[in-house]
Design a protein around this ligand. Structure first.
Ligand code: GTP
Ligand code: MG
Length: 148
């Protein structure tokens, strides 16, 4: 089953949105297979956001993501990568539709609450960056019979 990496960013943790965000993905019917509250080192931040290295806001991005703990998660489900991105909303909260996480809780692009992998390749890369294999769990939930 498809997996994605989602992360409540420092602003989302500070604003006490971990529970709200986890709840949305649970209620949708996705399956949590890994989660931890953690500090992001400068090295990890630079690797994670490597694709944005040349962008003018790269320094700001690294400073921000290392400024306070994040809540890192791995979620599993059919089409979870694309669906989670839809549930997050557009990168800039001002363009994000109401009902999405960024649309409901974000105001500016630099503090947009949540990160989500944008493709199967990024999901695999980011899960590997943030989680050891033994930190991910496999388990059955009977409710999945009522989702699939
Ligand atoms: P992520 O899920 O966080 O990767 O967001 P995204 O995939 O929707 O956007 P993208 O990967 O293009 O950008 C990564 C992050 O950089 C965004 O989530 C924003 O927090 C930040 N970012 C993007 N554009 C700007 C900008 O113009 N200024 C600042 N300060 N941050 C930006
Ligand atoms: Mg991105």
């Amino acid at each position: 089953m498809e997996k994605t990496f989602l992360m409540v960013k420092p602003d989302g943790v500070q604003r006490e949105l971990i529970g709200e965000i986890v709840s949305r993905f649970e209620k949708k019917g996705f399956h949590l297979v890994g989660a931890k509250l953690m500090s992001v080192s400068k090295e990890l931040a630079e690797q994670h956001y490597g694709e944005h290295k040349e962008r003018p806001f790269f320094g700001e991005l690294v400073d921000f993501i290392t400024s306070s703990p994040v809540f890192a998660m791995v979620w599993q489900g059919e089409n979870v990568i694309a669906t989670a991105r839809q549930m997050m909303g557009s990168t800039n909260p001002k363009d994000a539709a109401p009902g999405t996480i960024r649309g409901d809780f974000g105001v500016t692009v630099g503090k947009n609450i949540i990160h989500g992998s944008d493709s199967p390749e990024s999901a695999e890369r980011e899960i590997g960056l943030f989680f050891k294999e033994e930190e991910l769990v496999e388990y059955t939930k009977l409710i999945n019979n009522w989702i699939y």
